[in-house]
Design a protein around this ligand. Structure first.
Ligand SMILES: [Zn+2]
Length: 139
């Protein structure tokens, strides 16, 4: 597995920064954001399999899932095949996502314009939270 991309600013330059709870931790060189991914060569926890399949159903692309979860898009494709997941056809809207730490999430949720009319979904992601919204509900 190659180095992941920063989930915060999509920068490709990340450096290893220790191992936390058996997962490799990285720091983004650009925005200094810390994030963790599964340790290389380790059997991937079902937690991530389920999370990946959830995102797949939500309409998030394989490449985006790779970027968000730090698991290869090939693995995600294999799980989709293995568990016979068929995502409903959806050409009308696509999800957008944001990654927050707990404090940022609270700040974001305080603003009621951020929480209304976007079909919001929050899911835990390592030591961060991901919030998914659907463009269809905007405006
Ligand atoms: Zn970054």
């Amino acid at each position: 597995m190659k180095s992941p991309i920063c989930p915060q600013c999509q920068n490709e330059k990340v450096i290893k920064s220790g191992v936390v709870k058996e997962r490799q931790r990285y720091q983004c060189k650009k925005c200094k954001y810390y994030f963790t991914v599964n340790k290389i060569g380790k059997k991937i926890d079902n937690y991530y399999v389920i999370k990946a399949l959830q995102l797949y159903i939500e309409g998030v692309s394989y490449r985006e899932i790779e970027r968000i979860l730090g698991v290869s898009h090939v693995s995600v494709m294999n799980w989709v095949k293995k568990y016979k997941i068929i995502a409903p056809e959806n050409n009308e809207y696509r999800p957008t996502y944001k990654v927050f730490n707990h404090k940022e999430l609270i700040e974001y949720l305080k603003e009621d314009t951020n929480t209304k009319g976007a079909g919001m979904l929050i899911t835990e992601l390592g030591d961060k939270y991901m919030l998914i919204k659907w463009e269809r509900f905007k405006d």
